[in-house]
Design a protein around this ligand. Structure first.
Ligand code: ADP
Ligand code: ADP
Length: 234
């Protein structure tokens, strides 16, 4: 089932009077339940594409449809509501709030959607446990956690509202390979449980978690491949 469909998606930046075309007429589909990875050389437009299809940034031209909702037609308020209800984000530089506990970082997102505090607390705790953050960490602060633990909290924050899709931009880019693997395992498990994921990476080890790879070059889709199941070697 198609979850997101773009048509002639384009993004240009003006660069000293000249237009620089970062995304050029991209037609793509993201399928429900897939773990899709976007790969390609640095500067190819991967992040720009991710930010456009997630509604974090607006394209210059083209449409981005979630079912029959074209998010390019929404105003800023409608778009913010749409994102709150439909998407979760995981960033390379994790952006937890340092002055808030682990639980409160996740709860803050959960409360946005779920007005019932008790329900939201329950969901936040369940989500943290699901990403393997144990109860004794709930009241710690981000600076008491390792980078990998912080990123798993970041993933819990993205998952807590059960979004239709989670977008991740180089989620392991700031981590070493061991903690990066734990983060990938967490995303892989979320996907196994049905979560649709779209991840930008230039790392082939990370990309192997996907069942579909879209390859972007010079702002265009230059190729795609479908992968078999991920088989861990350890
Ligand atoms: P990738 O994620 O594939 O490395 P990006 O999508 O981040 O590529 O960027 C693609 C190109 O667009 C780069 O050349 C970058 O410099 C340019 N770019 C990205 N964002 C902006 C912006 N806000 N203003 C001007 N140029 C930008
Ligand atoms: P990547 O996606 O490759 O990890 P970034 O998205 O952080 O890297 O940035 C890619 C390139 O886009 C960088 O060269 C950066 O300087 C450029 N870029 C990002 N945002 C802007 C912006 N607002 N204006 C100009 N250039 C930008």
């Amino acid at each position: 089932k198609v979850l997101i469909q773009t048509k002639k998606l384009s993004k240009s930046f003006s660069n000293g009077g000249n237009l620089f075309h970062v995304l050029k007429n991209i037609d793509l589909e993201i399928y429900q339940g897939d773990f899709t990875v976007i790969m390609g050389p640095s500067g190819a437009g991967k992040s720009t594409l991710l930010y456009a299809i997630s509604g974090m940034d607006t394209p210059s031209l083209g449409s981005i449809c979630y079912g029959d909702i074209d998010i390019t037609k929404l105003n800023q308020n409608e778009l913010a509501l749409f994102r709150r209800d439909n998407s979760g984000f995981v960033f390379q530089s994790i952006y937890l709030i340092d002055s808030m506990s682990v639980l409160d970082n996740v709860l803050a997102s959960g409360l946005l959607k779920n007005k019932n505090k008790k329900e939201a607390v329950k969901k936040a705790k369940e989500t943290l446990l699901a990403v393997d953050i144990k109860e004794e960490y709930f009241n710690k602060f981000p600076n008491q956690l390792s980078g990998g633990e912080c990123q798993r909290v970041g993933i819990a924050r993205a998952l807590v509202n059960s979004p239709s899709v989670v977008f991740a931009d180089e989620p392991t880019g700031a981590l070493n390979s061991k903690t990066g693997k734990d983060v990938l395992d967490t995303l892989t498990e979320a996907n196994r449980l049905g979560q649709t994921i779209v991840m930008v990476t230039h790392d082939i080890t990370s990309a192997r978690r996907a069942n579909r790879i879209l390859y972007i070059k010079d702002g265009e889709i230059a190729g795609e491949c479908i992968l078999g199941p991920y088989i861990p070697h350890d």
